[in-house]
Design a protein around this ligand. Structure first.
Ligand code: UDP
Length: 430
């Protein structure tokens, strides 16, 4: 099947539909290319599922609504996986809500509560409901200008839960998909569900990543457990020759440059060739001088729950036992993740800790902020870093699922990760 795009070119940054909502172009990609990954029996099952889904959906559109186009696992999945839905003839589309800084501070607090912490410690009260509802109201009109009665709307995470009621009133089928959770709920988790319940009771059904994340308070609405997934064919996960990997690391600035060399090239989602032209912002005493130096890598958003600082501390403490290994902590340029207000603070704390490391450790720790101007270029940089790593680490304190774990395993990298949340569903210890 050929490749086409919805609403413009795949490189189009975003299309503003009306104030308060962005419609993100989706590049259609053929689902059939998975057949050689999953084998013929599974491919047959997949075809049957697609036929069933298409006939059940008929002319309905499936709208996915989330709160950021870039950064984090949800955006990663929507960016790569919706194109496959479209290739089956299902009219899948992607809308991103708009919010202000206090809204994203609040939704990050809810996120922390769902993981069992209390975030900035400000609690979840009536003022928060008022502001949450105000932002939801601003997004309703543009949303309803798209959605028809009978359409299916998948709302992702707490940022969008408040849209369930107006969508239901429009006659849409509303599914709320939750990408976070905590293995053993505590008081903070209950508080978050108490906050969300009045919004969620209007949803027709729910999707969670793990059974234990499902709160009892959801009542009898149907729940499906669907773990997140990566796209084996995306720029993030496609095979890269070792010389391209090293060339990308030189372009990023992690590996010392060999002088003038051509920009590394990669094939984009639409099949055309692109070059990696940007460099990362890196805090390091010097780039690695050899591609053979072992690298321990963690790739994450700059989020306290990813514990980048803890990785640095552990690495520095264990330096004697780590041979000549270096540590690379890589995350997105914090200006590029619109719904995560904590990124800059977490990065700042890592920078401060780096400056306090003894010289011998500092020389072996590299803090890398990857440019987010071009998402495919960012993805190919992550791909190269993961393929180059001797060991991938994911030292999350809590983790809804952890796509970075899947990505590392797909690339056959040894991985050491915390036994929390969805990471436990992915790693067989030993
Ligand atoms: N990621 C990225 N660029 C970066 C840092 C991270 O594309 O600079 C991606 C990472 O490869 C993964 C996603 O962001 O696909 C993070 O998803 P995960 O489920 O691990 O964590 P989340 O951010 O959703 O909590």
């Amino acid at each position: 099947m050929g490749q086409s795009t919805l609403e413009g070119t795949p490189s189009a940054r975003m299309l503003r539909t009306a104030p308060g909502m962005e419609s993100i172009p989706i590049t259609t990609v053929p689902l059939a290319r998975f057949h050689r990954v999953i084998g013929s029996r599974q491919a047959q099952r997949l075809r049957a599922v697609v036929r069933g889904a298409r006939s059940a959906l008929g002319e309905r559109t499936i709208w996915h609504v989330n709160s950021t186009r870039t950064g984090g696992g949800v955006a990663e999945m929507l960016q790569t996986l919706l194109g496959y839905e479209r290739s089956t003839g299902v009219d899948s589309r992607w809308l991103v809500i708009e919010g202000d800084a206090p809204f994203f501070t609040l939704t990050k607090r809810i996120h922390h509560h769902l993981h069992g912490g209390n975030g900035d410690g400000l609690g979840l009260g009536d003022d928060d409901h008022r502001h949450y509802r105000r932002i939801m109201r601003q997004n309703v009109a543009p949303l309803l200008s798209h959605v028809r009665s009978g359409d299916v709307v998948v709302l992702h995470d707490p940022q969008t839960a408040g849209l369930a009621l107006p969508l239901r009133e429009r006659g849409a089928i509303v599914i709320w998909r939750c990408h976070v959770g905590r293995d053993r709920p505590n008081r903070s988790v209950t508080e978050a569900w108490d906050f969300l319940r009045p919004y969620l009771e209007h949803a027709h059904g729910f999707i969670f990543s793990r059974e234990c994340y499902v709160p009892a308070s959801l009542g009898l609405a149907p729940v499906a457990i669907i773990p997140p997934a990566i796209d084996a064919f995306s720029a993030k996960n496609r095979p890269l020759p070792q010389r391209t990997v090293r060339s990308i690391l030189r372009q990023i600035g992690v590996l010392a440059s060999k002088g003038h060399e051509q920009a590394p090239r990669y094939r984009g989602a639409n099949g055309s060739w692109h070059s990696v032209t940007r460099a990362a912002e890196i805090l390091q005493t010097a780039p690695l001088t050899s591609g053979r130096t072992p690298v321990v890598l963690q790739v994450s958003r700059w989020d306290p729950l990813k514990d980048m600082e803890g990785v640095m501390r552990s690495f520095a403490e264990g330096l004697d036992r780590l041979g000549n290994a270096h540590l690379v902590l890589a995350g997105p340029d914090v200006r590029g993740v619109s719904d995560d207000p904590e990124g800059a603070q977490v990065l700042e704390r890592c920078v401060a800790r780096w400056h306090h490391l003894p010289q011998s450790s500092r020389e072996r720790v590299h803090l890398v902020s990857l440019p987010m101007d071009d998402l495919e270029e960012n993805a190919v940089m992550v791909n190269a870093l993961q393929r180059h790593a001797s060991v991938v680490v994911q030292k999350s304190l809590h983790e809804g699922f952890g796509l970075t774990v899947t990505e590392a395993m797909w690339k056959r990298r040894p991985i050491v990760a915390s036994a929390v949340g969805g990471i436990q569903d992915q790693i067989v210890d030993g």
